[in-house]
Design a protein around this ligand. Sequence first.
Ligand code: PBG
Length: 325
Amino acid sequence: MGFPQVRPRRTRASDTWRRLVRETHLTPDALVYPLFVVPGRGVRRAVTSMPGIAQLSVDEAVKEARAAAAAGVPALLLFAAPDRKDARASDALDAHGLAATAIAAIKEACPQLLVWADVCLCGATDHGHCGHVTPTGTIDNDSSIETLAQVALNYARAGADAVAPSDMMDGRVAAIRAQLDARGHAHTPIVAYAAKYASAFYGPFREAAESAPAFGDRRSYQMDPANAREALREVRSDVEEGADLVMVKPAGPYLDIIRQVRDAVHVPVVAYQVSGEFSLIKAAAERGWIDERAAVLETLIGIRRAGADLIISYFAPQVAQWLRP
Ligand code: PBG
């Protein structure tokens, strides 16, 4: 049987029908909001390439966290851009460093809100790479994962509800898991940036997190955008090493990867709608070229439909407000 007996439009006739047959849903429960923390007090410095997003001192980050929680956002992803930058990433290892201080302050103010701490060296190193740099300028994997495990332990001790390694070194999930388990943090989950691509869409973030590499690029550790099978290999090895959630990043240009990862593993799949994806929509909306609300909701439902359980998005508090019944 075909047309005219078959008419798919019948169940699209009203809003109530569309609601009834909708396959994918977006709720604030699925959203994670990234925050950028900087030194100082009362600092709210606009990130020019990300309209509406600011670098925040710890006191301002606490206010932003309260507002996000009040809007219905269940979790934050925290990035720190300390002044102290050196080869060892000392600030990230310091119990009184910027990230650790921010984690503790937000947890004290909003105990129900989950704080995920991004674990990487790029914000705290003078060279801006995600791992240690050797004298010849390569990124040393095995010493980097030792440091990353110490950073993760520092953040877990500060009260982070999860640690999220974003460096793309081999074996870092196992190294972090071993360190956390050995030091009394066996219950802290790891959100692994499992399939993180070397993407042009991170540009605005690097302004916000002050983490642009001083030389070279990240292609010797982040993934080639052309590869899909390799993403499954990365995801499977992270799950074997103990990742509790896995991430695909960016989201919009990688919907096929999100779907394949969703079908391949049984842990929650997180997709990161990154800074460049945010800025594209903002820039077009500012010019009146696109309806911001409709475009944002369409990208997010598309990411959910592709298979993401959770979405990290700079639009999170705004979307939580839009979705309010
Ligand atoms: C750093 C990191 C990056 C992002 C998250 N963690 C940038 C990068 O790898 O260069 C990107 C986030 C975004 O663009 O919104 N390890």
